[in-house]
Design a protein around this ligand. Structure first.
Ligand code: UDP
Length: 254
């Protein structure tokens, strides 16, 4: 029996949102079921997102996350939305492999089959592309077979991070969320993302709640030898449309 994949995507209204969500939806539609796509918006479910999800042909849940007033001034970047999805999975005991897929990254189809086979926690190298820096860097594990034996580091990681993993470079078994004993988790407190951590430490702080060390990780695919997804930094703020191309609603692009 094929393991269910549970893909969590925080999303928000901006110029390229329609393009991003459609692109991701079209990849997810090609993944072998069972797959559940949890799309999370802040404050209210937008009609455009709802309509796009209805058409996409993927099994989905459209979740809304209330704004936490104390978080107004914090650079949130989807943290509370991902937590709302984790709460949903935990509350409904949704069994599967959980993966955080931001809407703006690029994913190969093969990626999803690669981490479907993990038992506890899987991780892999992700290529980060930032046009302004004009180069690609790798972030993620160095592996011997499925054993994680080291990490690709970069300028960000000179600051001491325990695990050098991108948000889109790991996946884990959902039962860890509600069954700390079975998995001998470091703590039985709920596993959540924290809005209090410094930039660049979001992933490692999260992963430290899920595993104790590299011995509880599986590198995928074998030898972590291939790049299966890319973390882009395409800033759509201040985007200028050619005259006449202005989109009234951001999802009208399709
Ligand atoms: N995001 C969101 N609300 C925000 C900022 C980000 O829902 O206010 C989502 C965004 O759609 C994406 C994810 O969070 O799916 C990561 O955002 P972004 O790509 O801006 O973060 P970065 O890649 O720069 O860490």
């Amino acid at each position: 029996e094929r393991k269910q994949l549970i893909v969590i995507t925080p999303t928000y209204n901006r110029a390229m949102q329609g393009y991003f969500l459609n692109r991701l939806g079209q990849v997810l539609r090609l993944v072998q079921p069972p797959l559940l796509w949890i799309v999370v918006e802040m404050e209210a479910a937008s009609l455009e997102t709802a309509e796009m999800l209805r058409k996409t042909g993927v099994m989905y849940r459209h979740v809304v996350c209330a704004r936490n007033s104390s978080a107004e001034d914090v650079k949130d970047r989807g943290v509370h939305q991902r937590n709302a999805a984790l709460e949903h999975i935990e509350r409904h005991r949704l069994d599967g492999i959980v993966y955080f897929a931001d809407d703006d990254n690029v994913y190969s189809l093969e990626l999803f089959e690669s981490f479907r086979g993990i038992s506890r926690f899987g991780t892999w190298p992700v290529a980060m592309l930032a046009p302004s820096k004009n180069k690609a860097i790798l972030e993620g594990p160095v592996c011997n077979g499925t054993n994680v034996i080291g990490w690709h580091t970069n300028e960000k990681s000179r600051r001491l991070r325990r695990f050098h993993v991108d948000m889109s470079g790991f996946a884990f078994n959902s039962t860890i969320l509600w069954d700390p004993k079975r998995w001998r988790r470091p703590s039985s407190a709920p596993i959540r993302q924290l809005d209090t951590v410094k930039e660049g430490f979001q992933e490692t702080t999260f992963i430290e709640q899920v595993v104790e060390d590299e011995s509880q990780m599986e590198g995928v695919p074998l030898g972590c030898s291939r790049i299966l997804n890319w973390h882009l930094h395409l800033d759509a703020r201040g985007l200028i449309y050619p005259k006449g191309w202005l989109l009234q609603k951001n999802l009208d692009a399709v």
